[in-house]
Design a protein around this ligand. Structure first.
Ligand code: ADP
Ligand code: MG
Length: 386
Protein backbone atom coordinates (compact mmCIF):
# COMPACT_ATOMS: atom_id res chain seq x y z
CA UNK A 1 0.00 0.00 0.00
CA UNK A 2 1.19 3.50 -0.85
CA UNK A 3 0.29 6.78 0.82
CA UNK A 4 0.46 10.45 -0.14
CA UNK A 5 3.39 12.74 0.52
CA UNK A 6 1.40 14.82 3.03
CA UNK A 7 0.54 11.66 4.97
CA UNK A 8 4.15 10.50 4.90
CA UNK A 9 5.13 13.87 6.32
CA UNK A 10 2.65 13.52 9.18
CA UNK A 11 4.35 10.26 10.07
CA UNK A 12 7.79 11.87 9.74
CA UNK A 13 6.79 14.69 12.03
CA UNK A 14 5.37 12.33 14.63
CA UNK A 15 8.53 10.26 14.62
CA UNK A 16 11.22 12.91 14.83
CA UNK A 17 12.14 13.35 11.18
CA UNK A 18 12.18 17.09 10.37
CA UNK A 19 9.85 18.32 7.62
CA UNK A 20 8.82 21.84 6.57
CA UNK A 21 5.43 23.10 7.78
CA UNK A 22 2.57 22.57 5.42
CA UNK A 23 -1.19 22.22 4.99
CA UNK A 24 -3.39 20.12 2.78
CA UNK A 25 -5.81 21.91 0.45
CA UNK A 26 -8.64 20.46 -1.60
CA UNK A 27 -9.66 23.72 -3.28
CA UNK A 28 -8.07 27.06 -4.25
CA UNK A 29 -9.45 28.94 -1.24
CA UNK A 30 -7.93 26.46 1.17
CA UNK A 31 -4.64 26.74 -0.70
CA UNK A 32 -4.65 30.53 -0.40
CA UNK A 33 -5.39 30.33 3.32
CA UNK A 34 -2.76 27.67 3.78
CA UNK A 35 -0.11 30.06 2.55
CA UNK A 36 -1.44 32.86 4.74
CA UNK A 37 -1.22 30.56 7.73
CA UNK A 38 2.34 29.58 6.83
CA UNK A 39 3.25 33.25 6.62
CA UNK A 40 6.28 32.50 4.45
CA UNK A 41 7.51 34.52 1.48
CA UNK A 42 7.55 31.46 -0.72
CA UNK A 43 5.31 28.42 -0.61
CA UNK A 44 5.46 25.30 -2.72
CA UNK A 45 2.25 23.85 -4.12
CA UNK A 46 2.56 20.10 -4.57
CA UNK A 47 0.12 17.79 -6.35
CA UNK A 48 -0.83 14.86 -4.13
CA UNK A 49 -0.92 11.77 -6.31
CA UNK A 50 0.58 8.34 -5.79
CA UNK A 51 3.39 8.86 -8.30
CA UNK A 52 6.86 10.30 -8.32
CA UNK A 53 8.43 12.61 -10.87
CA UNK A 54 5.91 15.36 -10.12
CA UNK A 55 8.51 18.12 -10.18
CA UNK A 56 9.43 17.60 -13.83
CA UNK A 57 5.79 17.14 -14.83
CA UNK A 58 4.48 20.43 -13.44
CA UNK A 59 3.14 19.00 -10.19
CA UNK A 60 5.42 21.09 -7.93
CA UNK A 61 5.20 24.88 -8.25
CA UNK A 62 6.49 27.89 -6.34
CA UNK A 63 4.09 30.59 -5.16
CA UNK A 64 5.31 34.01 -4.05
CA UNK A 65 2.00 35.24 -2.64
CA UNK A 66 -1.25 33.75 -1.31
CA UNK A 67 -3.03 34.98 -4.47
CA UNK A 68 -0.51 33.22 -6.68
CA UNK A 69 -0.85 30.13 -4.49
CA UNK A 70 -4.58 30.22 -5.17
CA UNK A 71 -4.05 30.47 -8.93
CA UNK A 72 -1.61 27.59 -8.98
CA UNK A 73 -3.98 25.41 -6.95
CA UNK A 74 -6.82 26.35 -9.29
CA UNK A 75 -4.88 25.03 -12.26
CA UNK A 76 -3.47 22.01 -10.48
CA UNK A 77 -6.57 20.59 -8.79
CA UNK A 78 -8.51 18.62 -11.37
CA UNK A 79 -5.65 18.29 -13.84
CA UNK A 80 -4.36 14.95 -15.08
CA UNK A 81 -0.75 14.83 -14.02
CA UNK A 82 1.37 12.75 -16.37
CA UNK A 83 4.73 11.68 -14.98
CA UNK A 84 7.08 8.87 -15.96
CA UNK A 85 5.54 6.82 -13.17
CA UNK A 86 1.87 7.12 -14.24
CA UNK A 87 -0.08 5.48 -17.04
CA UNK A 88 -0.08 7.59 -20.26
CA UNK A 89 -3.43 9.16 -19.35
CA UNK A 90 -1.95 10.42 -16.08
CA UNK A 91 -3.43 10.70 -12.59
CA UNK A 92 -6.18 13.08 -11.56
CA UNK A 93 -5.08 15.57 -8.91
CA UNK A 94 -7.69 15.82 -6.13
CA UNK A 95 -5.66 17.73 -3.55
CA UNK A 96 -2.50 19.73 -3.14
CA UNK A 97 -0.07 20.19 -0.28
CA UNK A 98 0.99 23.77 0.42
CA UNK A 99 4.36 23.77 2.06
CA UNK A 100 6.81 26.39 3.33
CA UNK A 101 9.47 26.99 0.70
CA UNK A 102 12.90 25.80 1.77
CA UNK A 103 16.19 27.44 0.85
CA UNK A 104 17.93 24.43 -0.61
CA UNK A 105 21.72 24.29 -0.43
CA UNK A 106 22.15 20.56 -1.04
CA UNK A 107 19.86 17.73 -2.14
CA UNK A 108 20.61 14.22 -0.88
CA UNK A 109 18.91 10.86 -1.27
CA UNK A 110 18.10 8.50 1.58
CA UNK A 111 16.10 5.29 1.48
CA UNK A 112 15.42 2.27 3.65
CA UNK A 113 14.23 -0.92 2.03
CA UNK A 114 13.66 -4.59 2.65
CA UNK A 115 16.81 -6.24 1.35
CA UNK A 116 15.57 -9.75 0.68
CA UNK A 117 18.83 -10.95 -0.83
CA UNK A 118 20.78 -10.10 2.32
CA UNK A 119 17.90 -10.83 4.70
CA UNK A 120 18.17 -7.41 6.27
CA UNK A 121 17.12 -3.79 6.12
CA UNK A 122 19.10 -1.89 3.51
CA UNK A 123 19.92 1.79 3.87
CA UNK A 124 20.92 3.66 0.77
CA UNK A 125 22.41 7.12 0.82
CA UNK A 126 23.61 9.38 -1.95
CA UNK A 127 24.75 12.99 -2.23
CA UNK A 128 23.14 13.06 -5.69
CA UNK A 129 19.55 13.60 -4.56
CA UNK A 130 16.72 15.42 -6.27
CA UNK A 131 17.11 13.52 -9.52
CA UNK A 132 16.39 9.99 -10.68
CA UNK A 133 18.31 7.67 -8.41
CA UNK A 134 18.10 5.01 -11.14
CA UNK A 135 20.17 7.27 -13.35
CA UNK A 136 22.75 7.85 -10.60
CA UNK A 137 22.93 4.09 -10.04
CA UNK A 138 23.48 3.46 -13.74
CA UNK A 139 25.98 6.22 -14.51
CA UNK A 140 27.82 6.90 -11.24
CA UNK A 141 27.27 3.97 -8.88
CA UNK A 142 30.19 5.13 -6.71
CA UNK A 143 27.98 8.04 -5.62
CA UNK A 144 25.63 5.68 -3.79
CA UNK A 145 26.52 4.11 -0.44
CA UNK A 146 24.58 1.14 0.89
CA UNK A 147 24.68 -0.71 4.21
CA UNK A 148 22.65 -3.69 5.34
CA UNK A 149 21.38 -3.85 8.91
CA UNK A 150 20.79 -7.23 10.50
CA UNK A 151 17.39 -6.76 12.18
CA UNK A 152 18.27 -9.11 15.03
CA UNK A 153 21.15 -6.82 15.98
CA UNK A 154 19.59 -3.50 14.94
CA UNK A 155 21.02 -0.27 13.65
CA UNK A 156 24.47 0.58 15.04
CA UNK A 157 26.53 3.74 15.01
CA UNK A 158 28.97 2.25 12.53
CA UNK A 159 26.24 1.82 9.92
CA UNK A 160 25.55 5.54 9.95
CA UNK A 161 29.25 6.45 10.00
CA UNK A 162 29.88 4.20 7.03
CA UNK A 163 27.12 5.92 5.03
CA UNK A 164 28.39 9.39 5.91
CA UNK A 165 32.09 8.68 5.49
CA UNK A 166 31.77 6.97 2.15
CA UNK A 167 30.02 10.10 0.86
CA UNK A 168 32.56 12.42 2.53
CA UNK A 169 29.86 14.19 4.48
CA UNK A 170 31.04 17.18 6.57
CA UNK A 171 30.96 16.54 10.32
CA UNK A 172 28.15 19.04 10.92
CA UNK A 173 25.92 17.27 8.39
CA UNK A 174 26.74 13.87 9.85
CA UNK A 175 25.53 15.21 13.19
CA UNK A 176 22.26 16.35 11.55
CA UNK A 177 21.78 13.09 9.72
CA UNK A 178 22.45 10.67 12.58
CA UNK A 179 19.15 11.14 14.48
CA UNK A 180 17.26 11.17 11.18
CA UNK A 181 18.60 7.74 10.21
CA UNK A 182 17.99 6.42 13.73
CA UNK A 183 14.38 7.59 13.69
CA UNK A 184 13.78 6.30 10.17
CA UNK A 185 15.07 2.90 11.20
CA UNK A 186 12.70 2.86 14.19
CA UNK A 187 9.85 3.81 11.86
CA UNK A 188 10.78 1.07 9.43
CA UNK A 189 10.35 -1.56 12.15
CA UNK A 190 7.27 0.07 13.70
CA UNK A 191 5.25 0.48 10.50
CA UNK A 192 6.27 -2.61 8.49
CA UNK A 193 7.47 -0.76 5.44
CA UNK A 194 8.81 -2.48 2.40
CA UNK A 195 10.31 0.82 1.24
CA UNK A 196 10.73 4.30 2.61
CA UNK A 197 12.36 6.95 0.47
CA UNK A 198 13.32 10.58 0.95
CA UNK A 199 14.31 12.31 -2.26
CA UNK A 200 15.42 14.96 -1.66
CA UNK A 201 16.71 15.10 1.86
CA UNK A 202 17.96 18.67 1.90
CA UNK A 203 20.45 20.81 3.74
CA UNK A 204 19.15 24.39 4.01
CA UNK A 205 20.96 27.69 4.35
CA UNK A 206 21.11 27.22 8.14
CA UNK A 207 22.82 23.85 7.74
CA UNK A 208 19.64 22.01 8.85
CA UNK A 209 18.38 18.84 7.24
CA UNK A 210 14.76 18.33 6.17
CA UNK A 211 12.81 15.64 4.35
CA UNK A 212 11.35 17.52 1.39
CA UNK A 213 9.64 14.52 -0.14
CA UNK A 214 8.45 11.21 1.27
CA UNK A 215 7.53 7.96 -0.44
CA UNK A 216 6.29 5.16 1.74
CA UNK A 217 5.36 1.69 0.70
CA UNK A 218 3.82 -0.60 3.30
CA UNK A 219 3.92 -4.37 3.28
CA UNK A 220 0.34 -5.41 2.44
CA UNK A 221 0.76 -8.65 4.35
CA UNK A 222 1.35 -6.70 7.56
CA UNK A 223 -1.56 -4.27 7.19
CA UNK A 224 -3.70 -6.36 9.52
CA UNK A 225 -1.57 -5.03 12.39
CA UNK A 226 -1.25 -1.50 11.04
CA UNK A 227 -4.80 -0.30 11.50
CA UNK A 228 -3.77 3.37 11.77
CA UNK A 229 -1.78 3.17 8.58
CA UNK A 230 -4.68 1.54 6.75
CA UNK A 231 -6.77 4.63 7.49
CA UNK A 232 -4.41 6.52 5.17
CA UNK A 233 -5.56 4.40 2.25
CA UNK A 234 -6.86 6.57 -0.60
CA UNK A 235 -9.09 4.51 -2.87
CA UNK A 236 -9.17 7.34 -5.44
CA UNK A 237 -5.52 6.58 -6.15
CA UNK A 238 -5.93 2.88 -6.62
CA UNK A 239 -6.99 0.77 -9.54
CA UNK A 240 -10.66 -0.02 -8.92
CA UNK A 241 -10.11 -3.62 -9.98
CA UNK A 242 -7.32 -3.98 -7.43
CA UNK A 243 -9.46 -2.53 -4.65
CA UNK A 244 -12.21 -5.07 -5.36
CA UNK A 245 -9.67 -7.88 -5.58
CA UNK A 246 -8.18 -7.00 -2.22
CA UNK A 247 -11.67 -7.07 -0.67
CA UNK A 248 -12.03 -10.63 -1.99
CA UNK A 249 -8.56 -11.54 -0.74
CA UNK A 250 -7.20 -12.11 -4.24
CA UNK A 251 -3.74 -11.33 -5.45
CA UNK A 252 -4.44 -9.12 -8.46
CA UNK A 253 -2.58 -6.49 -10.44
CA UNK A 254 -4.31 -4.62 -13.25
CA UNK A 255 -2.49 -4.16 -16.56
CA UNK A 256 -3.39 -2.46 -19.81
CA UNK A 257 -3.74 -5.50 -22.11
CA UNK A 258 -6.96 -7.27 -23.18
CA UNK A 259 -6.55 -10.93 -22.19
CA UNK A 260 -7.90 -11.60 -18.72
CA UNK A 261 -5.88 -14.32 -17.00
CA UNK A 262 -7.12 -16.47 -14.14
CA UNK A 263 -4.40 -18.66 -12.74
CA UNK A 264 -3.51 -20.42 -9.50
CA UNK A 265 -0.07 -19.88 -8.06
CA UNK A 266 2.12 -16.81 -8.57
CA UNK A 267 4.73 -18.72 -10.58
CA UNK A 268 2.20 -20.15 -13.00
CA UNK A 269 0.57 -16.71 -13.26
CA UNK A 270 3.90 -15.19 -14.31
CA UNK A 271 4.52 -18.00 -16.78
CA UNK A 272 1.02 -17.53 -18.21
CA UNK A 273 1.64 -13.84 -18.81
CA UNK A 274 4.94 -14.66 -20.45
CA UNK A 275 3.43 -17.20 -22.82
CA UNK A 276 0.53 -14.92 -23.75
CA UNK A 277 3.09 -12.24 -24.63
CA UNK A 278 5.20 -14.77 -26.46
CA UNK A 279 2.32 -15.50 -28.84
CA UNK A 280 1.69 -11.81 -29.44
CA UNK A 281 -1.07 -11.14 -26.88
CA UNK A 282 -1.27 -8.66 -24.00
CA UNK A 283 -2.44 -9.70 -20.53
CA UNK A 284 -5.08 -7.50 -18.88
CA UNK A 285 -3.96 -8.53 -15.43
CA UNK A 286 -1.99 -10.70 -13.13
CA UNK A 287 -4.34 -12.81 -11.06
CA UNK A 288 -3.41 -15.53 -8.66
CA UNK A 289 -6.45 -17.13 -7.00
CA UNK A 290 -4.14 -18.99 -4.65
CA UNK A 291 -3.33 -22.61 -4.07
CA UNK A 292 -6.40 -23.57 -2.06
CA UNK A 293 -9.10 -21.41 -3.65
CA UNK A 294 -12.74 -22.27 -3.08
CA UNK A 295 -15.51 -22.13 -5.66
CA UNK A 296 -16.49 -18.75 -4.22
CA UNK A 297 -12.98 -17.36 -4.69
CA UNK A 298 -13.05 -18.44 -8.32
CA UNK A 299 -16.45 -16.84 -8.86
CA UNK A 300 -15.22 -13.59 -7.29
CA UNK A 301 -12.14 -13.66 -9.49
CA UNK A 302 -14.37 -13.95 -12.54
CA UNK A 303 -16.46 -11.05 -11.28
CA UNK A 304 -13.44 -8.78 -11.56
CA UNK A 305 -12.45 -10.05 -14.99
CA UNK A 306 -16.03 -9.88 -16.33
CA UNK A 307 -16.49 -6.35 -15.05
CA UNK A 308 -13.36 -5.06 -16.76
CA UNK A 309 -14.37 -3.51 -20.11
CA UNK A 310 -10.78 -3.88 -21.29
CA UNK A 311 -11.02 -7.68 -21.18
CA UNK A 312 -11.72 -9.11 -24.65
CA UNK A 313 -10.91 -12.72 -23.89
CA UNK A 314 -10.33 -14.99 -20.90
CA UNK A 315 -7.57 -17.46 -20.36
CA UNK A 316 -8.00 -19.81 -17.42
CA UNK A 317 -4.84 -21.74 -16.66
CA UNK A 318 -5.09 -24.01 -13.65
CA UNK A 319 -2.84 -26.64 -12.28
CA UNK A 320 -4.78 -28.62 -9.72
CA UNK A 321 -2.42 -29.57 -6.95
CA UNK A 322 -4.09 -28.74 -3.66
CA UNK A 323 -6.77 -27.05 -5.74
CA UNK A 324 -9.07 -29.52 -7.48
CA UNK A 325 -10.01 -29.07 -11.11
CA UNK A 326 -13.68 -29.92 -10.46
CA UNK A 327 -13.90 -27.06 -7.94
CA UNK A 328 -12.46 -24.69 -10.53
CA UNK A 329 -14.83 -25.97 -13.19
CA UNK A 330 -17.82 -25.45 -10.91
CA UNK A 331 -16.58 -21.94 -10.19
CA UNK A 332 -16.32 -21.17 -13.90
CA UNK A 333 -19.82 -22.47 -14.60
CA UNK A 334 -21.35 -20.63 -11.63
CA UNK A 335 -19.69 -17.36 -12.61
CA UNK A 336 -20.62 -17.67 -16.27
CA UNK A 337 -24.26 -18.39 -15.40
CA UNK A 338 -24.45 -15.53 -12.93
CA UNK A 339 -22.59 -12.91 -14.89
CA UNK A 340 -23.00 -14.02 -18.51
CA UNK A 341 -20.03 -14.90 -20.64
CA UNK A 342 -19.58 -12.05 -23.14
CA UNK A 343 -16.08 -12.82 -24.39
CA UNK A 344 -14.34 -15.95 -25.69
CA UNK A 345 -12.81 -18.16 -23.03
CA UNK A 346 -10.02 -20.69 -23.18
CA UNK A 347 -9.58 -23.12 -20.32
CA UNK A 348 -6.59 -25.26 -19.61
CA UNK A 349 -6.95 -27.66 -16.69
CA UNK A 350 -4.38 -30.10 -15.44
CA UNK A 351 -3.87 -32.11 -12.27
CA UNK A 352 -6.15 -33.41 -9.53
CA UNK A 353 -9.64 -34.44 -10.75
CA UNK A 354 -8.94 -33.07 -14.21
CA UNK A 355 -11.33 -35.52 -15.91
CA UNK A 356 -14.22 -34.53 -13.63
CA UNK A 357 -13.40 -30.87 -14.27
CA UNK A 358 -13.48 -31.29 -18.02
CA UNK A 359 -16.74 -33.22 -17.77
CA UNK A 360 -18.38 -30.41 -15.78
CA UNK A 361 -17.33 -27.84 -18.38
CA UNK A 362 -18.51 -30.01 -21.26
CA UNK A 363 -21.92 -30.64 -19.67
CA UNK A 364 -22.41 -26.95 -18.91
CA UNK A 365 -22.89 -26.17 -22.57
CA UNK A 366 -20.74 -23.07 -22.20
CA UNK A 367 -19.05 -21.85 -25.32
CA UNK A 368 -15.41 -22.33 -24.41
CA UNK A 369 -12.29 -23.82 -25.85
CA UNK A 370 -10.61 -26.59 -23.86
CA UNK A 371 -6.89 -26.33 -24.43
CA UNK A 372 -4.68 -29.41 -24.44
CA UNK A 373 -1.75 -27.58 -22.84
CA UNK A 374 -0.49 -24.14 -21.91
CA UNK A 375 0.99 -23.27 -25.30
CA UNK A 376 -2.13 -24.42 -27.11
CA UNK A 377 -4.29 -22.34 -24.76
CA UNK A 378 -2.18 -19.21 -25.12
CA UNK A 379 -2.08 -19.45 -28.93
CA UNK A 380 -5.83 -19.98 -29.05
CA UNK A 381 -6.81 -17.04 -26.86
CA UNK A 382 -4.48 -14.67 -28.72
CA UNK A 383 -6.11 -15.80 -31.96
CA UNK A 384 -9.66 -15.43 -30.60
CA UNK A 385 -9.03 -11.95 -29.27
CA UNK A 386 -7.63 -10.80 -32.60
P1 ADP B 1 8.83 14.57 -7.08
O1 ADP B 1 9.88 13.65 -6.54
O2 ADP B 1 7.52 13.89 -7.26
O3 ADP B 1 9.29 15.30 -8.30
P2 ADP B 1 9.49 16.37 -4.86
O4 ADP B 1 8.71 16.53 -3.63
O5 ADP B 1 10.77 15.62 -4.74
O6 ADP B 1 8.54 15.71 -5.97
O7 ADP B 1 9.76 17.82 -5.45
C1 ADP B 1 10.53 18.05 -6.61
C2 ADP B 1 11.54 19.15 -6.37
O8 ADP B 1 10.88 20.34 -5.98
C3 ADP B 1 12.51 18.84 -5.23
O9 ADP B 1 13.62 18.10 -5.67
C4 ADP B 1 12.88 20.23 -4.75
O10 ADP B 1 13.95 20.75 -5.54
C5 ADP B 1 11.63 21.05 -5.02
N1 ADP B 1 10.86 21.21 -3.76
C6 ADP B 1 9.96 20.35 -3.25
N2 ADP B 1 9.47 20.78 -2.08
C7 ADP B 1 10.07 21.96 -1.82
C8 ADP B 1 10.01 22.92 -0.74
N3 ADP B 1 9.20 22.75 0.32
N4 ADP B 1 10.79 24.02 -0.83
C9 ADP B 1 11.61 24.22 -1.89
N5 ADP B 1 11.70 23.36 -2.92
C10 ADP B 1 10.96 22.25 -2.92
MG1 MG C 1 11.07 13.53 -4.96
Amino acid sequence: MNIHEYQAKLLFKQNGVPVPDGYLATNPTEAEFAMRRLGTEVAVVKAQVHAGGRGKAGGVKLAKSPEECRKIAEAMIGMDLITHQTYPEGKKVHKVYVEAGSKIVKEYYLALFLDRENAGIGIMFSTEGGMDIEEVAAKTPEKIATVVVDPTVGLQGHHIRQLCWSMNLPAAEQKEMTPIVRNLYKMFIKYDYSMLEINPLIVNDQGKMFALDGKMNFDDNALYRQKDVELFRDYLEEDEREVTASKYGLSYIGLDGNIGCLVNGAGLAMATMDIVKHYGGKPANFLDVGGGASQETVTNAFRILFADPGVKGLFVNIFGGIMRCDVIANGIVAAAKELGLRVPMVVRLEGTNVEQGKEILKKSGLNLYAASDMADGAKKIVELVK
